[in-house]
Structures are given as C-alpha cells and as structure tokens.
Unconditional design. Structure first.
Lengths: 166, 314
C-alpha cells in the first residue's frame, strides 16, 4: 500500500522536463523583451538619422544656384560625382547644450550616438542636353550611417535639384 | 492500519519545506522578471513619449519655418511679453553645418504669407488709388485672414512693401478691408477699366497684394508654442483673439533651443536665414526616477526656402 502511494509522485525526468520548459519560457520572454526594447531604440535613432539627412537635403534644396553663376560649394560636381563625408556627428546629443543657461535637469540623461553623413552630388543631363559642369540639373544622395549595439544602420534620402532660374 | 494509511497521504515536514523553498525561489524569479519587464516597458514608453515630442515638434517647425518670408529674429519671451535679442556669434561650432552658433534664445519670430494674392479694389473711400494715398482697400476673399496692425503688405506690381499701421484695419464690405500704410503708395493704380497716366488703356485690370503676418515659436513652461500673430511688444497680457498661442508639444525641457548661424566665430553679420534648433524633450510624467529615463535631443538647422527673403523686415 505504501509502495503504491510513492508511485504517484513526479519522477525526476518529469520534474526536469517541467523545469526545462519553464526556463525556456522565461529566457525567451526576457530575450523578446530585450529585443523589442532594442528595436524601439534603434527606431528612434533612425528617426534622428532621418532628420540629419533631411537637414542636408534642405541645405541642397535651398542654397541659391543661378544659371549664370558657378554652382555653390554644396552643389559642386564635375563630370564625375563628388562625394563628401562628415564624420563624428552627434545623433542624439548636443554637447553645446552643456553651456550655462542652456541645459536642463535632464540634459545628462542623453546617450550620445555618433553618425557619419555622406553626400554624393551627381550632375545629370538636363532638358537642354547640358551635362557635366554645365548641367543645370543634379542628383543628391545623402546617407547617414551609425552603429548602435554593434550593428550598422543607414538612412538614405535623395533628391533632384535644378537651378533657380533658366 | 487505517490511521497509518491516512498518515501516508499527508505531507511530511521535509516535503513542505522543500516545496516551500522551491515555490519561494520560483516566486522570486517571477517577481524579478516581472519587475524588470515592467521597468523596461515603462522606460521604453517614456522614451517614446519624449521622442515623439521632439519629432512632432520638428515636423511642425519644418512646416512653418521653411515658409518664412523674412529673416529670423531671436526673442526672449517670458510668457507675457517679449524682447528682441541681438544675435552675436559665439565660439560654439555646429557639427552639422560647421558654422558658429549665436547666443541662444527661447523664441524666434518671422514673417509668413497670410493671404494673397488679394485684389486691390480702391483706397477705402473710392475705387481709385492715387500716388499720394496712404490707405488701400483689398479683397481677401478665399481665406480666414484678418489684417491687423503690424502686418506687411507687398505689392509686386510696384515692387514695394508697406507696414500696416494704426488705425486698425476695418472691414468696408463683404471681404474687403481698408488698411492704413506706413507711407504713400507712390503710384496711381487702376482698379477698373480706364487709361493710365501714361496713356495706356486697360480693361478690367487686376492689381494684387500679398499680406504677411508676424508669427513665432517660443518655449515656455516646458511647452513649445506657436504664436500665429505675434504683434509688436509690449505683448498684451491677454492675447488677442487671433493670437492665442497654440501648444505644439509638451515635455520640451531645453530652456533656450533657438540660435542663428554665423560663418565664423568673429563674424559680425549673419544672413539669419538658417535657424538652428536644439530641442531637448523628456517625459516629465515618468515617475520612476531611480531608473533614469532617456532624453531625446534633436538638433537641426532649418533654412527658409525663400532666399533671398520676400519681405525685408521681420
């Protein structure tokens, strides 16, 4: 009779299996949460990178460029594309805000992530058939790249720009 | 025998202790896990809120500041009145533009297109406009614009702009407004079929003007505000009906986010057509201060798309 009641307990294998299932669930959940958190952070940084790219596009679109004058430096390109790279740009931090009267109680809670911005200006053949330096049409490609938690990320914007006049 | 069988079904002390210990360990694990999970989610939500504040602010700034028709003027706004701030180059170099940032301010003002083209229908008293007239009547049909003192009127036909001065504009009929200008027109303008002073006969001529209105952005009480009609200082204690500040976003913690750019640190002049914004946002409703939430700082330079500016003053 006692022997029968002992047989109703869990075996070592059963217990081990239950613990393994529970551990798997716990580890998966923690990993999923960590991953979701990382995705959210990355998404936020990509939005900031988009703003950095948009700033360059803005500069390209608003710099005065008359057909009768030499293209300004930011639009300069020859018959071959011209690429400019700016390194160590602050993506989510402004060190200049550390100055007196410019910081808040939360300024130091910011984490700095650096990025690089590459701009390529390519002259295209315009509607008058001009190409190379005499072209009145160009294409601009802006790529903002940053590394977060060991993984590279890029945001790309491009646009076409013509002269202000004809 | 019966008693012994009953005793065999009960748990022993050792079993209870072991079961209790296992339950305790598992409970502690679940508690730590739950606590960490909740903390991570909460911090993430708080950071998302601050990021959303910064991003939303930027989108709004882009939409308005891009369309500035004048140069930018920095202002200090205390919630009631504002004073202009002279921009002076500093040694702070902006990483993105490689230019030097001016002293910063908590506000900026500029002119934006408010209405136009609006047909010139006379001088407010008659359907004619003489060169010596200092009043004009314009039809602003097609919008909700109400002219006010401090606005500017630009007339492309004569390449002139005028300040609208007191007395306050009055509605003459329909959507027609009579405005008083800072100086005489200087040209006679035909508003109906007739012959010009140079002998040119015109049939149903249409001359038009564009109204520009001063607006601005300020950061006060952790709010980014848009002022649709920033009249001349001293700013009235009670905002005019057409100038109730609009709160764009809350949780903005940067005290002075606005600056202008100078080509060098010793420059004395800026073209004031590029506004540098360094906007810091933090979710102030986040309560678990032991575990710091992250701020979002969004720095961007927004150029006016009107270069050179459409109107001279700001």
């Amino acid at each position: 009779m006692f022997t029968n009641s002992h047989r109703q307990a869990f075996t070592l294998i059963e217990v081990s299996f239950a613990v393994a299932v529970f551990s798997l669930f716990a580890v998966s959940s923690i990993y999923a949460l960590t991953l979701a958190n990382q995705f959210a952070s990355t998404s936020r940084y990509e939005t900031l990178a988009l703003a950095a790219a948009q700033q360059k596009i803005d500069q390209i679109m608003t710099t005065p460029w008359s057909v009768g004058s030499t293209a300004p430096a930011v639009l300069a390109a020859n018959s071959t594309p011209v690429t400019t790279t700016e390194n160590n740009l602050p993506l989510n931090n402004d060190a200049l805000n550390a100055g007196t009267g410019l910081s808040s109680a939360f300024t130091s809670y910011d984490t700095q992530v650096l990025d690089s911005r590459t701009t390529t200006i390519t002259k295209l053949t315009d509607c008058s058939g001009n190409s190379g330096t005499s072209s009145r049409l160009l294409r601009a490609d802006v790529v903002v790249a940053f590394t977060y938690r060991g993984k590279p990320h890029t945001v790309t914007l491009n646009t076409l720009r013509g002269t202000d006049d004809f | 025998m019966k008693n012994s069988r009953l005793q065999a079904h009960a748990f022993t002390l050792v079993e209870m202790i072991v079961a209790g210990a296992i339950t305790g360990i598992l409970s502690a694990g679940v508690m730590i896990y739950s606590s960490s999970a909740i903390r991570m989610v909460t911090r993430n939500l708080a950071t998302n809120h601050s990021h959303e504040s910064a991003r939303g602010s930027l989108e709004r700034l882009f939409s308005e500041v891009h369309n500035s028709a004048s140069r930018f003027q920095l202002i200090n706004f205390n919630g009631i009145t504002y004073t202009d701030v002279a921009a002076v180059a500093s040694s702070d170099k902006d990483a993105y533009t490689q230019q030097y940032v001016s002293n910063r301010a908590n506000g900026v003002r500029f002119m934006r297109l408010a209405a136009g083209p609006c047909k010139i229908t006379g001088n407010g008293s008659a359907s004619t406009v003489a060169a010596t007239d200092t009043t004009l009547e314009l039809d602003v049909t097609g919008g909700t614009y109400t002219p006010s003192v401090g606005d500017k009127l630009q007339i492309p036909l004569i390449s002139h702009e005028f300040n609208i001065i007191a007395p306050a504009p009055v509605k003459t009929s329909g959507n027609k407004w009579k405005v008083t200008l800072s100086s005489a027109i200087g040209f006679s303008i035909l508003t109906a079929s007739g012959t010009t002073t140079s002998g040119l006969t015109l049939t149903n001529p249409i001359s038009s003007g564009y109204f520009y209105q001063r607006c601005g952005y300020t950061v006060v009480n952790n709010q980014l505000r848009f002022h649709p009609n920033l009249t001349d200082p001293p700013y009235p204690a009670t905002a005019a009906a057409n100038d109730v500040p609009v709160v764009i976003k809350s949780n903005i913690t940067s005290p002075k986010p606005f600056g202008l750019l100078f080509p060098t640190s010793t420059s004395t002049l800026t073209d004031a057509t590029n506004l540098r914004v360094s906007l810091e946002a933090y979710d102030l409703a986040y309560s678990a201060r032991l575990y710091q939430n992250a701020t979002t700082t969004l720095q961007v330079t927004i150029p006016s798309r009107n270069q050179p500016p459409v109107v001279s003053g700001n």
